[in-house]
Design a protein around this ligand. Structure first.
Ligand code: GLA
Length: 380
């Protein structure tokens, strides 16, 4: 019997005793992870206020609804390895301990990424690119030090993040400029050597796009041909009301799974605001600002309904492919945490996550939990 059930049973027993012979019912709070069951892990990204224990309202939701966590920022290179000879593990240690204490699958994010990269990583003191040999050694030191520190405590690592562009070609990052395509197999090899039991993932956005799909399939297949461990492809899942096309998204799930790896939806959120194409500073007229940030107080019913329907549809797609999907992770706990409030336009009021600003589950989450409860009732 699991601890939670023992606790519930005790609660019921105590209540019955207190009420004499009167019938008493204690209703257990519904939980998303229980509703999902063993279909896939239900994950969430934590910010440092959450993993350090400060944000108690979010922590309550995290424990109740999720069984996997990923670090939103504290394991990124600029935070964890700010200078060549200095690592800072303070926040990452807190994050990993939080997951362990709560019996969660802890995911490491991310080892090699062109963004949020410490400025020293690919250049010498004069700012010139380092040689391929130097960069290989730096990558090896970085990956080995971090992965070894958490060996046996991290279920899997996002080894390389965002290396393929939407047309399927390689992003011209410093890693690519200096090492060419080889930087990817090397990163996976270093990570595997440091923790042979950890799962290893390739993670990217816009994975529904046919060009990117093809590029990623090619990459995964070539890693496998070389005998390099890769366990899953992470589809970030940053969505909007008009992208991605759900059929394209499904085709990518099927294509990635076809290479023999699992698929994960690693950074799920869906902006409810109008899609903005450019990410530059937009300081325009008041009317334009209003058009960009149309719901500063609450989401109108019609938009909320459309958003919930679309989220439910995607959730249904994940369930449909639960045989190949091993994890679905929301990119933040409640709407107030989301990066989408500041991207691609600063200071908007967005509604992209599974819980609202009052820490209440969105209607589609309530539906999922209610449906699973009534299924369970039927089976009794
Ligand atoms: C990418 C990264 C994440 C995060 C988001 C924006 O998807 O993988 O770590 O930075 O961008 O928040």
């Amino acid at each position: 019997m699991r601890v939670k059930h023992i606790a519930s049973a005790l609660l019921i027993a105590a209540f019955v005793a207190a009420c004499g012979n009167q019938k008493a019912t204690v209703v257990e709070e519904p939980s998303l992870k229980d509703a999902v069951g063993d279909k896939f892990l239900m994950g969430v990204a934590l910010n440092v206020n959450q993993s350090s224990g400060v944000d108690t309202s979010s922590i309550k939701l995290v424990k109740q609804h999720f069984n996997s966590i990923v670090a939103e920022n504290c394991m990124k290179c600029e935070v964890i390895h700010p200078e060549e000879d200095r690592y800072d593990f303070t926040l990452a240690d807190q994050f990993v301990s939080f997951g362990e204490k709560n019996g969660m699958a802890v995911i490491g994010h991310c080892l090699i990424w062109h963004s949020q990269l410490a400025p020293w990583f690919c250049v010498d003191e004069k700012g010139n690119n380092v040689t391929p040999e130097v960069l290989k050694q730096r990558m090896k030191d970085h990956i080995t030090t971090i992965v070894t520190r958490y060996k046996g405590r991290i279920k899997g690592w996002d080894v390389v993040n965002e290396a393929i562009l939407e047309d399927g070609s390689y992003r011209k990052s410093k890693f690519y400029e200096i090492l060419g395509e080889e930087f990817i197999p090397l990163a996976f090899q270093y990570a595997h050597e440091a923790d042979p039991d950890a799962e290893l993932y390739y993670n990217d956005y816009a994975m529904n796009m046919p060009g990117k799909r093809e590029g990623v399939v090619k990459l995964v297949s070539s890693l496998k041909e070389k005998g390099i461990r890769i366990d899953a492809v992470g589809m970030q899942g940053h969505m909007g009301m008009d992208y991605p096309d759900i059929n394209e998204f499904e085709q990518s799930i099927v294509a990635f799974a076809g290479t023999g790896v699992k698929v994960m939806v690693t950074e799920w959120d869906m902006s409810a605001l109008p899609t903005v194409k450019q990410s530059a500073n937009i300081s325009d007229t008041v009317a334009y600002q209003k058009m960009l940030n149309p719901y500063p107080e609450t989401l109108p019913d019609s938009v909320s309904k459309a958003w919930n329907n679309r989220m439910k549809q995607f959730f249904g797609l994940f369930e449909k492919h639960a045989d190949v999907i091993s994890r679905v992770t929301a990119w933040g706990v409640s709407d107030s945490d989301s990066w989408k409030n500041d991207f691609p336009v600063k200071g908007r009021h967005d509604y992209p996550l599974l819980f609202d600003r009052n820490y209440q589950p969105k209607p589609f989450v309530k539906e999922i939990m209610a449906e699973s409860q009534s299924l369970a009732e039927e089976k009794k």
